[in-house]
Design a protein around this ligand. Structure first.
Ligand code: AMP
Ligand code: MG
Ligand code: MG
Length: 340
């Protein structure tokens, strides 16, 4: 018999959904307040078209400080390196307790957990939480706000099991006030399914469409696309947004045979895609390992391939040219060699 409320994993997902909803609202506020004065976004250039804004900083802080408070034994890895600010942390904790009085998302607390996955006995010390406070920052600073997502992924023993994605904007027009935008939160638990989105398979015998990066392109990516010969290539930002396009049937695969993408980019999208029947791996078709390693930069050196189904995934993996595979393997070897 299902009795979800007492399960840690359901409480954790419920809290992540509440925090992701709040994060989306903060992103809408900051975006709206800076629409005539982009300097208010306080952009920091981390190099290689990798940016950080005021919204990235606030959202990481509000998610991490509250998850740490509720689940002190969990391991949490956030994208942004932020200075200690106890006053701001305390403000965000107080705000969470006073404004989210219903606690973790009530609808999720009624969810069953699927038997056979070992979820019953999980506790906070078993899990790692991967936080990308604002995925698609390169597009965000260009005003393409629909590409933005908040990503919270949950892994156990190196594999993702659950994820939460908030997409704050349903249109790139930020002129309506913040309440004029419908954000949405999508979540998934492997074995249970995904919620907040209507999964749609591309029609059989339809075109083979792919999505790829808009801001971090290179020759290996173009060589791979040429080898796949897709009918349509859509170049958009963010790992979260691209995976949503696959789940919603707009493309069969997300093709990124390059380093640069990190574990916090892929954790939540992979979990939600897996929960909806899809697959995300590196370019060799091997699973990405989500182990906590403080000495690691958490890059997905062997790239990211995500697909709606096994057939599409194999088609992409088999098309990747050998020179692309060899270059990424070499890059991984150079970067992950033991440091003396
Ligand atoms: P993209 O598909 O370019 O939007 O990338 C998906 C995620 O991976 C975003 O969070 C990017 O910031 C990150 N990413 C991909 N390639 C790079 C890179 N070369 N340098 C820094 N971040 C990258
Ligand atoms: Mg990202
Ligand atoms: Mg980010």
């Amino acid at each position: 018999m299902y009795a979800s409320q007492r399960y840690f994993i359901i409480r954790l997902i419920g809290n992540c959904v509440t925090l992701a909803n709040w994060a989306g609202k903060e992103i809408r506020h900051i975006t709206h307040a800076s629409r005539y004065a982009p300097s208010k976004l306080e952009v920091v250039d981390k190099g290689n078209r990798d940016f950080q804004t005021k919204a990235d900083r606030l959202v990481q802080r509000l998610i991490v400080v509250n998850l740490k408070k509720i689940f002190p034994e969990a391991t949490i890895v956030g994208e942004e390196d932020l200075p200690v600010d106890e006053e701001e942390d305390s403000r965000l904790e107080t705000h969470f307790l006073s404004c989210h009085t219903t606690g973790p998302e009530p609808a999720i607390q009624k969810m069953p957990i699927p038997p056979g996955f070992g979820y019953e006995n999980l506790t906070a010390k078993d899990i790692t939480i991967w936080v990308d406070p604002l995925d698609g920052t390169a597009e965000y600073v260009e005003g393409k706000v629909t590409h933005v997502t908040v990503l919270i992924g949950i892994s156990v023993k190196g594999s993702v099991i659950a994820g939460v994605i908030n997409q704050p904007f349903d249109s790139d027009d930020v002129s309506p006030n913040v309440d004029g935008h419908k954000g949405r939160t999508i979540w998934g638990l492997v074995g249970l399914g995904c919620f907040g989105v209507a999964p749609k398979k591309p029609l059989e015998n339809s075109e083979f469409n792919i999505v790829t990066t808009k801001s971090h392109g290179n020759k290996n990516i173009e060589d791979t696309i040429a080898a796949i010969k897709p009918d349509k290539v859509t170049r958009i930002g963010g790992a979260g947004y691209k995976v949503l396009k696959i789940i919603e049937g707009e493309a069969q695969s997300y093709v990124f045979p390059s380093n640069g993408c990190k574990r916090w980019d892929t954790a939540a999208p992979e979990a939600i895609l897996k929960a909806s029947g899809g697959k995300l791996t590196d370019i060799l078709g091997n699973p990405i390992e989500y182990n906590y390693r403080p000495d690691n930069d958490y890059q997905n050196y062997l790239g990211v391939i995500a697909s709606v189904d096994e057939a599409s995934h194999s088609k992409v993996i088999e098309s990747i040219p050998d020179h692309v595979k060899n270059q990424l393997l070499e890059l991984q070897k150079q970067n992950l060699k033991p440091k003396c």
